[in-house]
Design a protein. Structure first.
Length: 103
């Protein structure tokens, strides 16, 4: 019984956290050659796991350097960074639905 209460509490905690944070992946590009993954406060147009490339693809149907810059600028200005982590190709691929955009 205690086991199931613990599992239930863990699931509820995950759901609550997923509503308030985003794992935002920055693909390696010229300005950030090593890439970066950051945990940020959730902005209204972001998914739980997201990236600038995924946002550009959803909104514009493609990715450009200008769109990447605008999205990353908005995230940097409006979101609060809770944690900085190394780049994760797996999280990037999840954010883009399996697509990989050239650097």
């Amino acid at each position: 019984m205690k086991y199931w209460l613990g599992v239930g509490a863990l699931i509820v905690s995950f759901i609550v956290v997923a509503q308030f944070v985003t794992i935002f992946v920055i693909q390696p590009i010229g300005a950030i050659p090593e890439g970066r993954t950051v945990v940020i406060t959730r902005l209204t147009n972001l998914n739980f796991i997201d990236s600038a490339d995924a946002v550009c693809d959803r909104k514009l149907g493609g990715v450009s350097l200008l769109c990447r810059g605008v999205v990353m600028g908005k995230v940097a200005k409006e979101a609060r960074i809770l944690a900085r982590l190394p780049y994760s190709e797996t999280l990037y691929t999840i954010s883009t639905g399996g697509k990989n955009y050239s650097r």
